[in-house]
Design a protein around this ligand. Structure first.
Ligand code: BGC
Length: 754
């Protein structure tokens, strides 16, 4: 519907009707205005499938929803690093939405995995904002190509479940820009989600749904967002403030209570009606994008989508360790041990929970074979060792040639609403793994978890595959990977620390009361581990294959550039092994030296490519200003410091294969204000002002000799020491130490600030 028509429609509405349009009818629907022929629309959770509730709704995944297909969760899809695949998953879900009459699916969820402990990490993508926003963008693109909306969430800085409704994420400007906003930015700018969901928490003291800085200034004015902002379910604190800040839709229904408040505020002159009109405009615009593009042909084919869920799961599995044990021989006698071999953990708990139509476990997938034994091994409802299950498992492992243990975090460990308290697997599973390793030297671990776990047995086992929460078809994908019918190609979208205490947010995660300080700043994940040279269990970007890839011919199309230019980087990757495989080529940029405290490297590009044995392909990346920039808090903008930057290409953040340097020159000058507190060093470092200060230094002449406090070279003080001390002196120091006339300095400061 055109904007003119929409405005015409709004012109016919009463104030009460306008207010009613901006809040839910019930848990999942917006309100219809029958008098004007405006229909209601349904919003439904996702994002890795449909959680469409028929009857009374809830936002915690408690009640039933229709049978649907559970695709791999965000944690897993990020590991695919495959934009095309995730776009296709989006198309599939979009089609399901069309078939089921769903106008907007609530996701993707892109919050940064700041700590391994966040209860909703399984829904989130990565510790890195580029991965998060690219993968989210791919899903948005796919869903919206079917004329169904997405609602990217939870905007903003919602990185823990503990006190999620009341806590304030205290984050500095640069960190917000470089990490937490950046996770949304690329997806919003490039893929234009129809909706953004405002989070429960506060950002620096202001509730997200009434935070004008982010909902209007950043989201709309800077990024060009043109859909509607919906509150997370029950997140509205002050409806009137929210409308003014840019919150369009309140969900779920407040039974008219908040609609009344909006109407009163307008009548009493506390809120300008234009804010409500604008919210209605956005609501109707998004509504008619869907209503006018219904697909009557769409069919939700659960069987077909299940097969596709398997395909997605295959691409998400990460081979973490392989001492030559994988792929397994199909003829070998193998013991599948662990409850998750029969009942995989394939999704997390809470609002994203899908009522899966069909679940394929690894045991289902090998049911036609007679050389695979099964033993349950542990009870995932309890942490205590079940001696009978343990004994059976050890016996099965002892009889087999290989033991594959299906381990992971139980449902209760990963759920919306609360965080994990530690990073360990349940004790009974660790005991089982150690016990099996006593009787069997060929042990492979298959993991099911939404974020990192400690692996105290890592040296004893020969193989580890990380499946994350791989969706309802994960079992068949696991079997295909274990036996080499599919070559693993996932990479870790997050670092696996050795222990929780190594994580940079460890001291502050969870916060004190409602204050959660993000004191680690931009040093999240590998940005921290790399800078501190902390050993990790598995680094960001890590993932093995059954084949080998060789990197060569890293080329930059220039040696020096201005920050307004683009850099073209190319590299050749060759499959030197015997099996077809896929590699995720990662490009990092780093700047050593310079005056800004920065990570050693940051991911600025990735491409997944498939190569036949012996085949080579060239991969190219185009880097713009942003690849070299940090957020400058004087400019309140992205800024590139002049200097040498390293372009690093590799298999993971800790396996950089090729690197080259490029000189990047800034075209922007950061304005500086000089005062008596300015140091000689800072003034000398400013090429436009250095001359002025050298003039002063030579004028000091005899006075300099007389001023004992001004450093002088002698037997105990070297010229370097004199220079270092001088650099740190301020104009005020020079004034007091030398006794030069104050007017000289007053004029000098005027001159410096010209
Ligand atoms: C969650 C959202 C979800 C909504 C609706 C909230 O509790 O935070 O992610 O979309 O409920 O179920």
């Amino acid at each position: 519907m055109t904007i003119e028509k929409i405005r015409e429609l709004i012109g016919k509405m009463t104030l009460e009707e306008k207010a009613s349009l901006c809040s839910g009818e019930d848990f999942w629907h917006t309100k219809a205005i029958e008098r004007l022929g405006i229909p209601a629309a349904m919003l439904t959770d996702g994002p890795h499938g449909l959680r469409k509730q028929d009857g009374r709704g809830d936002h915690l995944g408690l009640g039933d929803s229709i049978k649907a297909v559970c695709f791999p969760a965000g944690c897993a899809t990020a590991a695919s690093f495959d934009r095309e695949l995730i776009e296709k998953m989006g198309e599939t879900i979009g089609n399901e939405c069309q078939a089921e009459g769903v106008a907007v699916i609530l996701g993707p969820a892109v919050n940064i995995k700041r700590s391994p402990l966040c209860g909703r990490n399984f829904e989130y993508y990565s510790e890195d904002p580029l991965v998060a926003s690219e993968m989210a963008g791919a899903l948005i693109k796919g869903v919206q190509s079917k004329n169904v909306g997405t609602s990217i969430k939870h905007f903003l800085a919602n990185n823990q479940e503990h006190r999620r409704m009341s806590s304030s994420s205290e984050v500095d400007e640069r960190t917000l820009r470089e990490i937490y906003l950046a996770a949304f930015e690329g997806a919003v700018k490039k893929q234009k989600p129809w909706s953004v969901m405002a989070a429960y928490n506060k950002i620096n003291g202001v509730f997200a749904p009434e935070n004008k800085t982010y909902l209007t200034d950043v989201l709309r004015s800077e990024w060009g967002f043109d859909g509607y902002v919906v509150s997370d379910w029950g997140a509205v604190n002050d409806r009137v403030l929210g409308l003014e800040a840019g919150l369009d839709l309140e969900m779920p229904s407040t039974k008219g209570v908040n609609d009344k408040l909006s109407v009163e505020a307008i009548k009493e002159g506390q809120l300008e009606e234009k804010y409500l009109d604008l919210a209605c405009e956005r609501m109707l615009d998004v509504l008619y994008r869907y209503i006018e593009n219904r697909d009557p042909e769409a069919v939700f084919d659960r069987e077909m989508d299940h097969e596709f869920a398997k395909k997605v799961a295959e691409e998400c599995i990460v081979l973490l360790k392989n001492d030559g044990i994988l792929p397994l021989k199909k003829s070998a006698n193998i013991a599948f041990i662990g409850k998750y071999a029969k009942q995989p953990r394939y999704q997390g708990g809470g609002s994203s929970h899908i009522n899966a139509a069909k679940i394929t476990s690894a045991m289902d997938a090998v049911e036609h074979r007679n050389n695979i034994l099964y033993a349950q091994g542990f009870d995932d409802k309890a942490d205590v060792v079940d001696e009978v299950l343990l004994a059976e498992a050890v016996e099965a492992a002892g009889k087999a040639e290989v033991a594959v243990i299906f381990a992971g975090l139980p449902d209760a460990f990963e759920c919306e609403g609360y965080d994990r308290s530690h990073m360990r697997l349940p004790g009974c599973q660790n005991t089982l793994i150690h016990a099996v390793c006593e009787v069997q030297e060929n042990v492979v671990i298959v993991l099911h978890n939404g974020s990192p776990v400690e692996m105290p047995w890592i040296k004893k086992v020969k193989g580890v595959i990380e499946c994350y929460l791989g969706g309802e078809a994960v079992g068949s994908a696991q079997v295909d990977i274990l036996f080499g019918d599919v070559n693993p190609s996932g990479k870790l979208p997050e670092s696996f620390p050795i222990k929780l205490q190594d994580n940079s947010s460890y001291l502050y995660f969870g916060g004190e009361g409602d204050i959660v300080e993000y004191r680690e700043g931009v040093f999240v994940g590998y940005r921290y581990y790399d800078k501190k040279e902390i050993e990790v269990l598995f680094p960001f970007g890590h993932g093995l294959s059954y084949t080998e890839f060789e990197y060569s011919d890293l080329k930059l199309d220039k040696e020096q550039m201005k920050d307004t230019e683009n850099l073209r980087v190319s590299v050749i990757v060759k499959n030197t092994g015997a099996m077809k495989g896929k590699e995720v080529v990662q490009l990092y940029v780093g700047c050593e030296g310079g005056s800004i405290i920065r990570p050693l490297k940051e991911l600025r590009g990735f491409e997944k490519l498939e190569l036949m044995p012996g085949e080579s392909k060239e991969v190219t990346f185009t880097l713009d200003k942003r690849a070299f920039a940090y957020w400058n808090t004087t400019l309140h903008d992205w800024h590139v410091e002049t200097g040498a930057y390293k372009i690093m290409v590799g298999r993971s953040s800790r396996d950089i294969v090729l690197e080259q340097e490029i000189q990047v020159d800034s075209t922007v000058k950061v304005p500086r204000v000089y005062s008596y507190a300015s140091t000689i060093g800072d003034i000398m470092a400013d090429p436009d002002k250095a001359g002025i200060i050298s003039g002063l230094m030579s004028n000091m002449g005899g006075r300099r000799e007389a001023a004992a406090e001004v450093p002088q070279q002698n037997d105990a003080i070297s010229p370097e020491m004199v220079q270092a001390m001088m650099q740190g002196m301020s104009l005020r120091n020079i004034l007091t130490f030398t006794g030069m006339p104050k007017e000289v300095f007053d004029n000098l400061i005027i001159e410096l600030n010209k």
